[in-house]
Design a protein around this ligand. Structure first.
Ligand SMILES: Cc1cc2nc3c(=O)[nH]c(=O)nc-3n(C[C@H](O)[C@H](O)[C@H](O)COP(=O)(O)OP(=O)(O)OC[C@H]3O[C@@H](n4cnc5c(N)ncnc54)[C@H](O)[C@@H]3O)c2cc1C
Length: 455
């Protein structure tokens, strides 16, 4: 690999920062990851990643990238209590008001708690001889050249001590949605990035329950993506052999209460009884925790006419969207993969422009899927272009047919798992299956049953 520099700094040691650090570790002599929190002694949630208390599944494309960066990682997660799952065969998916037909596929996801997924990545990363982390280290600002044309490092406080400077040839901000990059860059005379915000006011309420292998009829997860007229969401995911995590909630203040009876009543209102069955019968093994997610947020750094050299923004700091389809960690993994490609192609020459342009495609797809679905909600404000309307109409039709057609269900999940481009769903063979499936629905069940028997 071509060497790009002596020292790279990554701000934030959550999934985004850890994967960014892994990507640059092949091109810089030393990599330092700076994290405001102390790392927990065991894989439990921590303050800087509050969403870590809520349901997190790793999609197939994200697992593929992490496995390529850290061979054997999936086995390690499984050996410590996690579980592999066939995304189309072992997981139930409800969207557009219908249950997708289950079918075996080659898409492998991983189920374990969010802290366990992160902990396994962190341990593998820190086992690399040129990577270290500084815990209890809060980044306060950037160090720039005299003309502010390039970033040379960061100003930090370690263990609450005096402010000091750490210098580097590349600084990557992976500090999450609350990233200070817009303000830091403005302070150096740069325009802040345009922000796209789609307010959804989602709230999740979460609790852990004792798991019995026969729950969910043997499936290891169930995801309900809200869809009119019932916009409530839910997820039940395998955490360990004897533990489920259940997260449920809805849009624009329609949040699940953190009270046993009312939580169960809310679960009962979902378009499946499976979540209610667990909530009402299984033994709870934690208290309730809540999380509020105000808006889909995308910062368009690629549109800025000027941007300092030797600086990148990464992961949720670039873009974060409705987590119902569980795409955030996978997008961060794809960004890491693209960063590695950018460095391999042309080192740090014009790196920010090349990186921001490269990741737009990786962000556009999950953004269109998640935000497009949000824009079907009549009270969610935002531009509904002809493209968004067409995609939503077509995906609705696809779901209608895919409840009986495993091939269509798998084709949709390949796109949602970022394993296949969305154009795949417009392939003539798929369009034909969608049309025939809908015609058969219109005529009654006989024809569809015949078609689904052929899949
Ligand atoms: C409720 C919910 C459920 C989700 N479910 C899924 C799911 O099922 N699947 C999935 O793939 N994704 C899911 N996501 C998204 C996923 O959590 C994120 O995309 C993922 O964590 C990557 O984020 P990140 O590392 O960029 O930022 P974050 O996870 O926000 O981490 C930022 C890190 O930076 C540190 N930091 C912040 N400021 C500083 C500073 N100044 N100095 C030093 N350190 C700092 C923080 O302590 C933290 O460690 C979900 C999100 C939410 C909100």
């Amino acid at each position: 690999m071509k060497r790009s520099g002596e020292h790279a700094i990554v701000i934030g040691a959550s999934m985004g920062g850890l994967l960014a650090a892994r990507a640059v570790s092949e091109f810089y002599d030393n990599v330092t990851v700076l994290e405001r929190d102390a790392f927990p002694a065991s894989d439990v949630p921590r303050k800087g990643v509050p969403q870590g208390r809520h349901a997190h599944g790793l999609l197939a494309r994200g697992r593929d990238v992490i496995e390529a960066f850290f061979p054997g990682w999936t086995d390690e997660v499984v050996a410590s209590g996690g579980r592999r799952g066939d995304i189309a065969g072992d997981v139930g998916w409800i969207g557009h008001g219908v249950t997708l037909k289950s079918a075996p596929s080659d898409m492998v996801g991983v189920l374990a708690s969010r802290p366990a997924l992160e902990g396994h990545v962190r341990r593998r990363l820190l086992a690399l001889s040129n990577v270290r982390a500084i815990e209890n280290c809060t980044v306060q600002g950037l160090v720039a050249t005299n003309d502010n044309g390039a970033i040379q490092g960061v100003r930090v406080r370690i263990n609450g001590g005096a402010e000091q400077e750490l210098l580097a040839d590349l600084v990557i901000d992976a500090a999450g949605r609350g990233s200070s990059s817009p303000a830091w860059l403005e302070g150096l005379g740069y325009a802040p990035p345009e922000e796209e915000r789609i307010e959804i006011g989602i709230g999740y309420t979460t609790r852990l329950y004792r798991r019995h292998p026969t729950d969910l009829r043997g499936k290891v997860a169930l995801v309900v993506a809200g869809s009119g007229p019932n916009w409530r969401n839910g997820a039940v995911l395998y955490q360990t052999e004897d533990c489920w995590i259940v997260s449920i909630g809805g849009y624009l203040g329609d949040h699940a209460p953190d009270d046993e009876q009312m939580f169960a009543a809310y679960a009962r209102s979902l378009p499946t009884s499976d979540i209610y069955d667990i909530v009402s019968h299984a033994e709870p093994v934690s208290d309730f925790v809540s999380y509020r997610f105000s808006a889909n947020l995308r910062r368009r750094y690629e549109r800025l006419p000027r941007f300092p050299k030797s600086y990148l923004v990464f992961g949720d700091a670039l873009c974060s969207f409705n987590p119902v389809l569980g795409q955030g960690m996978t997008v961060a993994a794809q960004e890491a993969s693209l960063l590695r490609e950018c460095l391999a192609e042309a080192g740090d020459t014009d790196l920010a422009r090349r990186f921001f342009n490269a990741v737009q495609g990786a962000i556009d797809i999950p953004w269109d899927i998640a935000v497009g679905n949000d824009l079907r909600h009549p009270q969610v404000a935002g531009p509904r272009s002809a493209k968004v309307k067409f995609i939503n109409w077509y995906i609705g039709k696809l779901h209608r047919a895919a409840q009986y057609d495993g091939k269509l269900a798998t084709a949709f999940l390949q796109v949602a798992n970022l394993k296949a481009p969305p154009e795949r769903l417009l392939h003539p063979a798929i369009v034909l299956r969608v049309m025939l499936g809908n015609l058969a629905r219109g005529r009654g069940d006989a024809a569809t049953t015949k078609m689904s028997a052929q899949t």
